[in-house]
Design a protein around this ligand. Structure first.
Ligand code: HBI
Ligand code: FE
Length: 313
């Protein structure tokens, strides 16, 4: 009866979201993507030597600790050939279709077709320009951990190569996507600031907010385009690192809509070919202003020491 049940209990509070106080507290072990077995739609599914190689590189990532240099990988001739093929193809399209920030930062890196860049070297360049660092990871990281890492100016990057049978395609992030798509942009201060703000918004965010931020990340860092006068240029890594997607963008293959971080974002599509829609920024500074305003509407509190650690006033 009501009497025997005693006074009503306050509703059980939702499990508190853990806010990491430094990058060491961001877990890089919860990987959502492919396990060692891959799956039927992965180009390396039937190639046991490939799976072993990929797992070996993933194991190195799992063993890595912040502060240690990122292990150098001796890439095989096949792996270098894949890298070289993609680099050569993209070199034909990027000068015309990548944003000016990308092209400026690209020159810092001096990529060569006969050598896969080492994450440790790239991380050093980024640290010198924007303070961003690279942390190796074994695959698609849990969105909360991935986004939290950005708050601490840490970009989690895979280090294994896509399968040699499909230089133009990968169903998961790989070192080509990270190095060509993400790394140069992270050397640009305005872009780096925007990315860090997405990360800061994720600290202590609830699951719904994490999902919204995942979509904002998708429609900006992965598939964003930016206005340059009358032109539209690519800054999203999913465009910059894909010959097909770049041509699709250049041909006006997707509709363009201004990015509005307060609006619900469209469903993301990973698998059905090229993007049907790109979100447009007027500039990275304008995108950052929007994100700051969005952060101010999030009602969770970030502990003071974390606010200081990430440079929030
Ligand atoms: N993990 N390694 C890696 N690379 C990404 O680009 C990535 C990720 N985990 C989640 C993720 N991207 C997005 O779904 C957003 O949550 C940011
Ligand atoms: Fe990516």
């Amino acid at each position: 009866s009501a009497v025997a049940a005693g006074p009503a209990r306050p509703p059980t509070p939702k499990a508190a979201v853990k806010v990491p106080r430094s990058i060491d507290e961001v877990d890089n072990g919860k990987v959502l993507g492919f396990s060692s077995e891959l799956s039927e739609d992965h180009p390396g599914f039937q190639d046991s030597a490939y799976k072993q190689r990929r797992m070996h590189i993933c194991d190195l990532a799992r063993a890595h600790r912040i502060g240690e240099p990122i292990p150098r990988i001796e890439y095989s001739a096949d792996e270098v050939a894949v890298w070289g093929t993609v680099l050569q193809q993209l070199r034909g399209l990027l000068p015309q279709h990548a944003c000016k920030e990308f092209l400026r930062c690209w020159q810092l890196f001096d990529f060569r077709a006969d050598q896969v860049p080492q994450l440790e070297d790239l991380s050093q360049v980024l640290q010198a320009h924007t303070g961003f660092r690279i942390r190796p990871v074994a695959g698609l990281l849990h969105p909360r951990d991935f986004l939290n890492g950005l708050a601490f100016k840490t970009f989690h990057s895979t280090q294994y190569m896509r399968h040699v049978s499909r230089p133009d395609y990968t169903p998961e992030p790989d070192v080509v996507h990270e190095v060509i798509g993400h790394v140069p942009m992270l050397a640009d201060p305005d872009f780096a600031n925007l990315v860090q703000l997405i990360g800061i918004a994720s600290l202590g965010a609830d699951e719904k907010q994490i999902w919204h931020l995942t979509k904002l990340y998708w429609y900006s860092v992965e598939f964003g385009v930016v206005r340059e006068g009358d032109d539209i240029k690519a800054f999203g890594a999913g465009i910059l690192s894909s010959f097909g997607e770049l041509r699709h963008m250049a041909a006006g293959g997707a509709r363009l809509e201004p990015l509005d971080v307060f609006q619900p974002q469209p469903k993301m599509s990973y698998k059905d070919g090229y993007q049907q829609r790109y979100a447009v920024l007027d500039s990275f500074a304008a995108g950052a202003e929007q994100l700051k305003a969005y952060c101010a509407t999030l009602h969770h509190t970030i502990p003071l020491d974390v606010r200081i650690a990430v440079g929030l006033q």
